[in-house]
Design a protein around this ligand. Structure first.
Ligand SMILES: *[C@@H]1O[C@H](CO)[C@@H](O)[C@H](O)[C@H]1NC(C)=O
Length: 204
């Protein structure tokens, strides 16, 4: 009986160690996302001050940096919203915001997302009354795989089957990931109009 309990305790310890190692390994490989003015937005909620919520909807793509990238290989970057149309009713999961393949390790290490743009960047635009949305970034080791999304599927951003896409390309687990959160702001439309009136383009 006591030996059995000893074995159980040992198993538990090993499990705890494995979980701890797993966690520490994930956190050491950090992915960083930067927008103008707000800076590093990884693991944060877009602040309400300085019209950041409105601005994030107008800014073009952020700088995404993977400091641990290996120089002599290629990476794939994916940005999705799993909370479409909302976190409680995510029937349009995943909303595909941005997909870039063939990014050189040396580029993503420095935050230069250059490569083959499969899906153009679309800024977050969470609908009214749908609460906070998570905007998730994943980086995969692409190597010399050919990555593509069928044209028909690429026309629609909603309900993207990310898991199937990964399976089809034999990309099961990401090298690194991060997310930020933001929600709709009622003044976004006014903000757009104001900026259009000023002659600034609201195209993103
Ligand atoms: C950005 O923020 C993430 C999450 O808080 C952190 O792990 C990372 O070190 C930060 N990077 C920089 C350059 O500040």
């Amino acid at each position: 009986m006591s030996m059995k309990m000893g074995a159980v305790a040992l198993c538990f310890c090993l499990l705890a160690a494995a979980v701890w190692l797993g966690l520490s390994m994930t956190t050491s490989e950090s992915l960083e996302v930067f927008y103008p003015e707000v800076g590093n937005i990884s693991c944060k909620i877009v602040p309400q001050c300085n019209e950041y919520r409105q601005k994030i909807q107008m800014w073009s793509e952020p700088i995404v940096k993977f400091p641990e990238a290996l120089d002599d290989t290629q990476y794939l970057l994916v940005m999705v919203d799993p909370d479409a149309p909302s976190r409680h009713d995510n029937r349009a999961k995943y909303w595909r915001h941005w997909v870039v393949s063939n990014i050189k390790g040396s580029d993503i290490k420095a935050g230069n997302i250059r490569g083959n743009v499969i899906t153009d960047y679309q800024p977050p635009s969470p609908p009214p009354t749908t609460g906070l949305h998570r905007y998730q970034f994943f980086v995969y080791l692409q190597g010399d795989r050919d990555i593509s999304i069928p044209t028909k599927e690429n026309r629609n951003r909603a309900s993207w089957k990310l898991e199937k896409f990964l399976q089809d390309h034999k990309l099961q687990s990401h090298e690194s990931s991060t997310q930020y959160m933001t929600e709709h702001d009622d003044t976004v439309l006014q903000y757009y109009k104001m900026n259009e009136a000023k002659g600034k383009s609201s195209e993103t």
